[in-house]
Ligand binder design. Structure first.
Ligand code: HDD
Length: 717
């Protein structure tokens, strides 16, 4: 395509969009995307074809390499472009993964809002989501204990709307002015820049002790929510209180919720620690692979709303971001669905350059006086200036799909070419006047405000412990045990006694038994009585065990099938096929990656065996959700003698994974799990004990039992 053709087609598209034609975000991006094709030839940035991009132009002879010439502008261009590739990473949420998707509304919320995206059930709104960790830098590990970002950009017909949320429904601070202190305390310490992506250090625990409003949030962060199994298996929350305004001009306060179809699941801590080293990209790859395999992750979208007249009816301030709105008091109404269905084409221009902002709102959705939200809406806008430059809104991933027309002009890196003689309003041509309400102008809600100018918040903001207790009380016993273990791990990393001593006392304001367990482990003084009585109340929706998958499924779960020479091929093939048919991802693991032969095969005939996906040393059990071991006398004998194979199944057992085996596999399991109570099947019946499913003897043609085992194993996930 010639340059003029490319330009005219780009302009045609832009013109169509400006005239209001509904364009999807992907087709908009297609206008500026470039495929790498074999038929293309390398050119300079200015289009001149290059014959050699490997040698700098220099004065040389065959015998001697001489000096390089400054005149070689193409070499200079290549190095110069490389020197400036990096932009400042995000101050927080630097490490992330993004994907495109679609938002569909199945119930109109017109009783509370006039926003098209929340009232028009015939629409499909294109969206971009970026998940992230908070503390670590861009190259840090995915599975650290941390809050996860869940930022959603809706490219609506009325402009961009961003919900910049997290996987935890509350926050560490109530007022945006404290954000720099909070972030400094959790980031690596200033003297030695240690640790990376961890809250397990003196400064963080020092800050949150001195700052009691963080208590509720750090109790969540120490729960299993801090170590999700997958971005696909996390809830998302808008966290702040926003407002919705309906056609009659009535205002409701609102909180936004995303609930995953796959249920809410976590890693166990030992697993998270190991994966951080074994596969730092674990979550990124998980999201990418699911989308590439067509297993599109989905979330239900819900709203909790409170009419303006009921604003003061609660014992907490509904504008306080350190508080949830318990579902018993304010039920969630599910009205829409989000699906992620396309990976990015290039990470930097899309995932890295996407810029979210809490101030990006469309008519029908508005701010509240939530003091955290108000400050955020300044901060996000401001940070993009140093990260992306003045014209960050023009970057392709950030552009709305509806027309943008105003008299903002110039600045570094400006792309838009505005034709015409005027760049101001009003002008003598009446060009580009502001819109009227009936044309869709954003309505400013006429809110009555009164008060005196002070640096304080209302009384209710001063209560900091009730909901920390509510959360802790609502967890199941294993979840509570994980919270205690997490505090004990983190405070063990604090060398300064004042820090772990004070925190041991602080936990007694949540729950005495929690404080005692932690104090004993970390060497703090064990409190003998609660500094604050636990009120004993619970609320629904806080334990993640309340979020099983909408439909139980093994789809996209990674199952390791462990074999060695002499394995039972019929069982192996049957189970593998059954897993694949159910949408699971089976991986064959063996002592070596070169061909492994089933019982009875001629090892000298290449092709009669199976080529494993990985060898036992190369890929650890932590990478998988379940393990299946088919029988075969020789195979099991080899595996039983292998320390690595025994460790593999033992580790999977320790991490509470589903484990299944047939025939001789129970010999391997007996060796690996020398637990007196564990039962193994002797006959043809499947036996389930401690999450291990076995069938001792497979009848001839017993494949169906093996397949049933695989499916039953799936039931544990
Ligand atoms: Fe923030 C990024 C979520 C409070 C200032 N924040 C950022 C991202 C998420 C959140 C998901 C990453 C967006 C992306 O993927 O690009 N932040 C939250 C939530 C908060 C919150 C749920 C509490 C309700 N944030 C918060 C406050 C401030 C900021 C109080 C400042 C006063 N946040 C930022 C920031 C970042 C950011 C520095 C870094 C990069 C960016 O904005 O674009 O401006």
């Amino acid at each position: 395509m010639s340059a003029s053709n490319i330009l005219s087609s780009t302009f045609d598209k832009a013109k169509k969009m400006a005239s209001g034609e509904k364009e999807g975000k992907i087709s908009q991006l297609d206008t500026i995307s470039q495929d790498v094709s074999k038929d293309d030839r390398i050119t300079s940035d200015f289009g001149v074809k290059q014959g050699n991009t490997d040698d700098w132009l220099r004065v040389s002879t065959n015998d001697r390499t001489g000096p390089m010439l400054l005149e070689d502008s193409v070499s200079r261009e290549k190095i110069h472009r490389f020197d400036h590739e990096r932009i400042p990473e995000r101050v927080v949420h630097a490490r992330g993964a993004g994907a495109f998707g679609t938002f569909r509304l199945f119930e109109s919320a017109e009783d509370v809002t006039s926003a098209g995206v929340l009232t028009d059930t015939s629409r499909e709104t294109p969206i971009f989501v970026r998940f992230s960790t908070v503390q670590g830098s861009r190259g840090s590990a995915d599975t650290v204990r941390d809050v996860r970002g869940f930022a959603v950009k809706f490219y609506t017909q009325e402009g961009n709307w961003d919900i910049v949320g997290n996987n935890i429904p509350v926050f560490f601070i109530q007022d945006a002015i404290k954000f720099p202190d909070f972030v400094h305390s959790v980031k690596p310490e200033p003297h030695n820049e240690v640790p990376q992506g961890q809250s397990a250090h003196n400064n963080f625990w020092d800050f949150v002790y001195l700052h009691t409003e963080a208590t509720h949030m750090y109790t969540w962060a120490m729960s299993d929510r801090g170590i999700p199994r997958s971005y696909r298996m996390m809830q998302g929350f808008g966290v702040n209180t926003f407002t919705l305004i309906n056609k009659s001009g009535e205002r409701h306060f609102v909180k936004f919720h995303w609930t995953p179809e796959l249920g809410v699941h976590s890693l166990v801590w030992d697993e998270a620690l190991k994966i951080a080293g074994q596969d730092p990209d674990f979550h990124r790859k998980d999201l990418w692979d699911a989308i590439e395999n067509g297993a599109f992750p989905k979330w239900k979208f819900g709203i909790q709303t409170i009419p303006e007249s009921k604003q003061d009816d609660f014992e907490f301030d509904i504008l306080d971001a350190t508080k949830i709105w318990p579902e018993e008091l304010v039920p969630i109404r599910y009205i829409g669905e989000l699906e992620l269905n396309k990976n990015v084409d290039e990470y930097f221009p899309q995932t890295e350059q996407v810029a979210f902002c809490t101030a990006h709102m469309v008519p029908g959705i508005g701010h509240s006086d939530d003091p955290l939200l108000q400050g955020r809406s300044f901060s996000y806008f401001d940070t993009q200036l140093s990260r992306l430059g003045t014209n960050w809104q023009e970057l392709p991933i950030n552009r709305p799909v509806c027309p943008v027309m105003n008299f903002n002009r110039d600045g570094q890196g400006r792309h838009t070419i505005n034709k015409g003689t005027v760049n101001y309003w009003p002008n003598r041509f009446d060009a580009r006047p502001p819109a009227t309400q009936s044309e869709g102008a954003y309505p400013d809600y006429a809110q009555k405000v009164e008060g005196i100018k002070v640096r304080t918040k209302s009384e209710k903001f001063k209560e900091h412990f009730n909901q920390a207790q509510l959360f802790y009380n609502s967890l199941s016993p294993p979840e509570q045990a994980h919270v205690a273990a997490a505090f004990a791990f983190e405070l063990d990393h604090c060398e300064d006694p004042i820090v772990y001593e004070r925190m041991s006392q602080r936990l007694a304001e949540i729950d005495l038994s929690l404080a005692q367990q932690v104090a004993e482990l970390v060497g703090g003084t064990k409190p003998s009585k609660a500094t604050r009585q636990n009120h004993g109340k619970k609320a629904k929706g806080l334990s993640q065990t309340e979020y099983p998958p909408f439909k139980p499924t093994i789809a996209t779960r990674r199952v390791a099938i462990i074999i060695a020479d002499g394995f039972n091929k019929a069982v192996f093939s049957g189970v593998k096929a059954a897993l694949t048919a159910a949408g699971a991802l089976p991986f064959v693991i063996a002592p070596r990656r070169s061909e492994v032969f089933p019982a009875g095969a001629d090892k000298s005939t290449p092709g009669s065996g199976v080529k494993p996906d990985h060898h036992l040393e190369g890929m650890r059990s932590t990478m998988f959700d379940a393990v299946f071991v088919p029988g075969g006398a020789e195979s099991i004998q080899t595996l039983s003698k292998s320390g690595r194979a025994l460790h593999w199944v033992r580790e999977a057992f320790g991490h509470l994974k589903a484990i299944a085996g047939t025939g001789e596999a129970s010999t391997l399991f007996r060796l690996a799990f020398a637990l007196p109570g564990i039962q193994f099947s002797q006959g043809g019946e499947a036996t389930e004990s401690y999450g291990v499913v076995t069938v001792g003897k497979l009848a001839p043609g017993g494949l169906s039992e093996a397949v049933a085992i695989a499916k039953e194993g799936a039931g544990f996930l």
